[in-house]
Design a protein around this ligand. Structure first.
Ligand SMILES: [Zn+2]
Length: 258
């Protein structure tokens, strides 16, 4: 493979499942072209460990309140978030969003935390990292109220038409290991047809492993498999996809260029 550098645009490297071998995983990612990693937050109690972790070079923090854990969040966390965004060295607000699969937390509560975080991101002129599952249309509607926001939709699962609307609103579409599955036609279409200038690559590790690592703990080094799948679908050289998606991620999060 040619030499290029990739950025994992969404990886939960702070999760405790990485405690035993985090250092090795970062080294492995490095030798597999993945030079930078964006680490989104889930709950307030874990912001500090992300802060600690991101003191290392090439790891970048986001702070926010994830919709899965809405029942654990407190209203005060939002004030705390605003304060931390000033204090902490961070590149975005998130992960926040909406997950409307059956069995997930109360929709009203999810909407409350999501909209509050969008307001904070807008006030602070920071990008926002959005989780949207079975909720892309609602997210699009809410974004109309925040016309100056920009950000990414991580592990995108909406339609191609919705992706186009999100891109028009200043959002990037981030694609993970799902695209490596032969039957994943909807996501193949997205990977093929959205402009390369709006595409990001992510692992969402430890979740969502690619086809060749099903059932395993996902890790940032596996990002190359997603790159490969996107390159094949678009009939492009991997280096072209790598260069542009890295540039997109640097632009979105205002990272130093490599
Ligand atoms: Zn995530």
């Amino acid at each position: 493979m040619r030499i290029y550098s990739l950025i994992d645009a969404h990886c939960h490297l702070d999760f405790t499942c990485f405690n035993p071998d985090r250092k090795q995983l970062i080294a492995q990612a490095h030798s597999n072209h993945v030079k930078k990693i964006i680490i989104p937050a889930t709950q307030k109690i874990y912001w500090e460990r992300i802060k600690q972790l991101c003191q290392q070079a090439d790891l970048y923090a986001c702070y926010g309140l994830h919709p899965y854990w809405v029942n654990q969040h407190k209203t005060e966390d939002l004030a705390e978030l605003e304060k931390n965004l000033n204090d902490y060295d961070c590149v975005a607000v998130g992960e926040c969003g909406l997950d409307f699969r059956p069995g997930q937390a109360d929709k009203k509560q999810q909407l409350y935390y999501f909209e509050a975080q969008l307001t904070i991101a807008q006030q602070q002129a920071l990008p926002v990292v959005i989780h949207a599952v079975r909720a892309t249309e609602v997210v699009l509607d809410i974004l109309k109220k925040h016309p100056h926001l920009h950000g990414m939709i991580h592990s995108y699962s909406g339609s191609l038409e919705q992706a186009r609307q999100l891109i028009d609103r200043g959002f990037y579409i981030s694609i993970g290991g799902a695209i490596t599955y032969p039957q994943a036609r909807r996501i193949h279409r997205i990977g093929q047809h959205i402009p390369l200038s709006a595409l990001l690559l992510e692992t969402d590790a430890p979740d969502q492993p690619d086809y060749s690592h099903q059932g395993e703990r996902n890790q940032p080094a596996y990002l190359v498999n997603t790159l490969q799948a996107v390159a094949e679908l678009r009939d492009e050289d991997t280096a072209v996809i790598a260069t542009q998606t890295t540039l997109n991620t640097e632009n979105l999060f205002n990272l130093p260029g490599s």
